[in-house]
Write a protein that binds this ligand. Structure first.
Ligand code: NAG
Length: 175
């Protein structure tokens, strides 16, 4: 689905955005690596043709760590990631937070994927400026969605979206 960049429109479309699972179109990998204590969580920085972002038009780096996001579970039940696999990603993020740094940068219009076994999560920067986010926050979202958006909650993964929708985190089954 098309994510809307203008606040006024975004408010009107908020329900649709929150309820929807995002799929990256025409994924192009910029860089790849492995993170975590055992270097077993794959990280890909990519571009998607359906994330607009107006790359680097605004010369600023904005810290969005303080923005509280709202969790949404994706219906219906079934086919979600194994939460224990998501826990490995969450632990890798916490490990990197302690050993590399609390913060990471993500360029405007790019998406960072992390994957371990059945679990995949990604952070989308759909703002017109570069963003800085906290590894511990991402770890918490992954853990929360993995364990609270399962079959028993009539769900299969979910996302976390801040009020201004300049970014979001999704947690889902690895394709
Ligand atoms: C945004 O991030 C990209 C990629 O790291 C970098 O090349 C660019 O200079 C950054 N732009 C600003 C305004 O900081």
């Amino acid at each position: 689905m098309q994510f809307l960049r203008f606040a006024f429109t975004a408010v009107l479309a908020a329900v649709a955005v929150e309820a929807s699972s995002f799929t990256c179109k025409n994924k192009a990998v910029i860089s790849s690596s492995f993170i975590g204590q055992n270097s077993d969580v794959q990280v890909d920085t990519v571009t998607c043709s359906n994330v607009v972002g107006k790359r680097d038009l605004e010369a600023r780096q904005t810290n969005v760590c303080a923005a509280t996001c709202t969790t949404n579970c994706f219906t219906p039940s079934g086919g979600g990631p194994n939460p224990n696999d998501c826990q490995v990603i969450s632990d890798a993020l916490l490990y990197d937070s302690q050993n590399i740094g609390a913060l990471f940068n993500i360029a405007s219009g790019t998406t960072i994927y992390m994957q371990y076994s059945t679990c995949q999560t990604f952070f989308v920067n759909q703002a017109s400026y570069n963003e800085t986010y906290c590894r511990t926050n991402w770890a918490n979202v992954v853990e929360y969605v993995a364990f609270n958006c399962q079959s028993t909650q009539n769900a299969h993964g979910g996302n976390c979206v801040p009020p201004d929708q300049t970014w979001f985190v999704q947690v889902q089954t690895a394709p």
